[in-house]
Design a protein around this ligand. Sequence first.
Ligand SMILES: Cc1cc2nc3c(=O)[nH]c(=O)nc-3n(C[C@H](O)[C@H](O)[C@H](O)COP(=O)(O)OP(=O)(O)OC[C@H]3O[C@@H](n4cnc5c(N)ncnc54)[C@H](O)[C@@H]3O)c2cc1C
Length: 300
Amino acid sequence: MVLRHSDADGLARHRDHMAAHYDEQMELLETAETRARVPSLRYYQSLYSPGGFHIHPLRYALKLAEQAAKAGVAIHESTKALAIGRDGSGFEVMTAAGRVRAAYVLVCVSALDRSLHRPTGRAILPVATYVAVTAAGAGAFIPARHSVSDTRRAGNYFRVVDENRLLWGGAITTRVSEPLLLALRMKRDMVSVFPQLGDPSIEHAWAGIMGYSRHKMPLIGRDRDGVWYATAFGGHGLNTTAMAGLLMSRAITDGDDEYRRFGAYQPVWAGGPFGRAGVQGAYWWMQLKDRLDERRHTAD
Ligand SMILES: Cc1cc2nc3c(=O)[nH]c(=O)nc-3n(C[C@H](O)[C@H](O)[C@H](O)COP(=O)(O)OP(=O)(O)OC[C@H]3O[C@@H](n4cnc5c(N)ncnc54)[C@H](O)[C@@H]3O)c2cc1C
């Protein structure tokens, strides 16, 4: 976690808070040490988390699918659920090619389909964020192999991946259509931090859509018709989706009611277009505050 302005005291306070409240041990690196690892004049002090780790999400998803298949689960990839209806004491899920009968249905389509399940669909606000990856070799000058993020409210995150490609993420917007010239926009962003990149070639650039609830907590529970849902994980879905999966499987197979702890965070209308406008305004405000912070505290 790197700072884009100088504030060693603030970072030390954050380190102490994380140790006291979450037992998370982090090391404060001074500006010179930070820049030795991630050579950018944009960066000042940083917190290094030796216990932190990052994973390859596709490999994780494939492994989960493999384990599920071994346990007898049939996965119908690329089959869109069009509607969910009652079928006796169970359900049927309609698809273009046929129906699936099921004793239980768990909806987890997030922001990618807001009409399949109205109670959660109307409570989800789609938010886009972007990633780009350079051609091989471009990130070779960065010694750190850590996952790095800056501390801005709407910041960047990156990591040098296979063949020294720089994988770069950033920007957050409620505009979910992929902006034209996305690769160029991401290139400008990364070069503004690492001018050493020169004019890197961008091999892939893509937009991902996340689902947020108004209260920013995931929506986990069961609706009046008996349909289960686990959705709206926002930008921190890696650990929380796994947690929800466990809660849901225990609830469905063993009647465990621990999922009810999420009852305090019900699906509430996200405000439709007004919600989007409000959130976009909040993002612009956050970005403005980030810029002001940087200007105010930049030491050199
Ligand atoms: C660029 C980017 C970077 C991120 N980085 C991180 C990170 O570093 N750490 C972290 O914890 N989280 C991160 N996130 C957030 C994380 O990816 C999400 O929180 C997580 O993917 C949410 O999981 P989900 O299963 O609820 O939704 P999704 O991953 O959106 O999955 C929804 C699934 O539903 C399927 N679907 C949609 N409609 C239908 C339908 N009608 N019928 C059948 N299937 C359907 C879709 O194909 C999709 O597979 C990032 C997100 C983005 C976009």
